[in-house]
Design a protein around this ligand. Structure first.
Ligand code: DMJ
Length: 645
């Protein structure tokens, strides 16, 4: 065997390797010969390096794959043939002790043999190549190129490993029993159908719909893509509501058209919560593989966003080039807390479904990094610079820019079947600081959550902040120092305040933001805060409060909101936001938001369903209302066994 180190370096042997050189003018032939020689040298050095690396690099298989706590739940259930490569790149190790050692040595030995053989073959091929003429080489390269392309076309996406399906319970029906409630539920279903049919007719394949102009619509969060955001966002609502033909239609569009190889700069957060969340939920509800495959394809496209000096992802990423950047408006080039802090649920499920630890590692890295940082007054500022790892402006809110970060801490704990106690503790500490600095009672007795700006409390609350009522109720059970009653009460108070913000308007729909200042209570002051864009947060809180208390007022409040939406937002081409909830003659914004189908109508439908539809012991809703199952080994059934539907 000729090893690369023993190859003669003398130029005299080169002519024997390149007979074709004779047909070229002398100076070109000389040039070609030296090029070949250099090529051969590089090749030899490379092979030597590979050999060296194989024998001298530390044996990674002896290290723990990742030391973050949930790996037992997420990884080992994936069965792979002995010594097979794990999709995440690690060799899966079975068994323990001596037996393992022995098998490990055998595996290593056979791997060495394979490398030796590969090396010899590569050397032989290199020699043969050097004997060929330029034209021959060109033709060969062309054939190889076409073959690779052909194979790629034939192959399609790589199959994912089989994983045990978590028990999926209560994904349809939910008949409430009482005829008047059933009637209300039917009305919500009819509204969903109107929203969907209109989009189907006028905006199909576009991200959203312009219900007055009756054409497609999109915003900068989706870049210039046309990825059918409404279809993906609506799927699980359609499924729960028993709109199966519509669901099938959506599925077909996804199978045939949803493609992520587009030159579009999208929001990592929005794509995660709407697309990955929506696809994963559709997968768990229906069991259709296509949704899982698409979710994973998309997730791979998001990963380059994490290539920053700190591992805190960019806000936006170009799906084609993988280049990331932050919003121009964000303080000091920062990433946003509610954006990089709202990936955990989906990424844990991605690791669970693919066996690739990268997703889990990325989000756990964010958590660890945040845990090490100083927090002014125990609060998390909304801005963090991904280059320097320093906070930007000290602005804390439970509404826009901060909201779902807190939500995902709580839901990480719930989704882990309450085993991720680190997440729970982080949530408890954060909420404790929020209560201390941000939550106040107005003169009129309304509890509100303000915003903290550089040491000053702004007595203003956003529609987005209203989700927190539901969050406090959801987190009540398991709160420290026996404060469950306190948090349920806090949830009820926030629900009441947010209801007031609806009730004090002309349209009985809530404004985008409302004040508690200078005698004003729960009303918007500035013109640009008076709009309602079909947002879900208030109804979301009604639903959680209903589930935990069964106080009929929550159904009553939800019904008031549903009627107002139907009366003031419904147009012949779908549903539109309105620009001023204090005007009896409002103008439309002409956008049917995808979250209207994903969240607002879903929470309303759940509010008028029985509790056995999507029970909260088994499902955790992501921030776009896409349900993901609780993950725990004890909760898993093996692949092939009949999942309960
Ligand atoms: C949704 O996309 C999500 O609920 C997100 O967390 C916040 N904003 C919208 C709805 O208002």
């Amino acid at each position: 065997m000729t090893t690369p180190a023993l190859l003669p370096l003398s130029g005299r042997r080169i002519p024997t390797l390149s007979p074709g050189a004779a047909s070229f003018p002398h100076h070109r032939a000389t040039l070609r010969l030296s090029e070949k020689f250099i090529l051969l040298l590089i090749l030899s050095a490379f092979i030597t390096l590979c050999f060296g690396a194989f024998f001298f690099l530390p044996d990674n298989s002896k290290h723990k794959r990742f030391d973050l706590g949930l790996e037992d739940v997420l990884i080992p259930h994936i069965e792979a043939p002995k010594g097979a490569k794990h999709p995440g790149g690690q060799v899966v190790i079975h068994g323990q002790g001596d037996h393992d050692e022995h098998r490990h040595r055998e595996e290593e030995e056979s791997l060495r043999d394979k490398i030796r053989a590969d090396h010899e073959r590569a050397l032989q091929e290199a020699k043969e190549k050097l004997r060929k003429s330029r034209d021959e080489l060109r033709a060969e390269i062309q054939t190889e190129k076409s073959k690779v392309l052909e194979d790629l076309k034939k192959e399609g996406p790589k199959p994912l490993p089989p994983v045990p399906m978590p028990k999926v319970v209560g994904v349809n029906d939910g008949d409430p029993g009482e005829p008047d409630i059933k009637e209300k539920r039917d009305k919500i279903r009819e509204m969903m159908k109107h929203a969907w049919d209109s989009y189907r007719q006028y905006g199909w394949g576009h991200n959203e719909l312009k219900p007055l102009a009756k054409k497609g619509h999109s915003t900068n969060i989706f870049g210039n893509s046309q990825m059918g955001a409404t279809i993906v966002d609506a799927l699980d609502s359609l499924y729960m509501m028993g709109l199966h033909d519509e669901f099938k239609d959506g599925q077909e569009w996804i199978e045939q058209n949803l493609d992520f190889s587009v030159n579009a700069e999208v929001s990592v957060f929005e794509v995660n919560i709407r697309f990955i969340g929506g696809l994963l939920a559709a997968y768990y509800l229906s069991g259709q593989e296509v949704f899982k495959v698409k979710a994973v394809q998309l997730a791979e496209k998001l990963l380059p966003a994490f290539n920053t000096p700190t591992g805190i992802p960019w806000a936006m990423v170009n799906l084609k080039s993988g280049v990331g950047r932050n919003w121009g408006w964000a303080s000091a080039g920062s990433s946003i807390l509610a954006e990089f802090g709202t990936l955990h649920m989906e990424f844990v499920h991605l690791t669970y479904l693919t066996g690739n630890p990268a997703y889990y590692q990325k989000v756990m890295h964010i958590r660890k990094l945040l845990a090490k940082m100083d927090r002014p007054n125990g609060l998390y500022p909304n801005y963090l610079n991904p280059r320097t790892g320093r906070w930007g402006q000290h602005h804390t809110s439970v509404g826009g820019l901060g909201d779902s970060f807190y939500e995902y801490l709580l839901k990480a704990w719930l989704m882990s079947d309450k085993t991720d106690t680190e997440a729970r503790k982080t949530y408890d500490d954060a909420i404790e600081a929020i209560e201390r600095h941000l939550i106040r009672k107005s003169n009129g007795g309304l509890t509100f959550i303000g915003e903290w700006k550089n040491g000053h409390l702004e007595r203003k609350m956003g529609h987005l902040t209203c989700f927190a009522g539901g969050m406090f109720a959801l987190g009540a059970d398991g709160s420290p120092d026996d404060k469950a009653g306190h948090y349920l009460q806090l949830g009820a108070e926030i629900a009441h305040t947010c209801h007031e913000s609806y009730d004090r308007t002309v349209l009985k729909l809530g404004p985008e933001a409302f004040k508690f200042d200078s005698g004003l209570e729960a009303v918007a002051v500035r013109q640009n805060e008076k709009y309602y864009i079909l947002r879900p947060e208030v109804i979301e809180t009604y639903w959680y409060m209903w589930r935990f208390t069964h106080d009929p007022k929550y159904r009553q409040w939800g019904w008031e909101a549903a009627q107002a939406i139907d009366k003031y937002c419904r147009v012949s081409g779908g549903f539109s936001g309105v620009k001023d909830v204090y005007s009896s003659n409002p103008t439309y914004d002409d956008v049917q938001q995808s979250f209207f189908l994903a969240e607002t109508l879903k929470y309303l439908y759940l509010l008028f369903s029985s509790d056995d539809l999507m029970p909260l012991e088994s499902w955790v809703f992501n921030t776009e209302a896409h349900p993901l199952p609780v993950l725990h080994l004890a909760n898993l059934t093996l692949p092939g066994s009949q999942a309960q539907r």
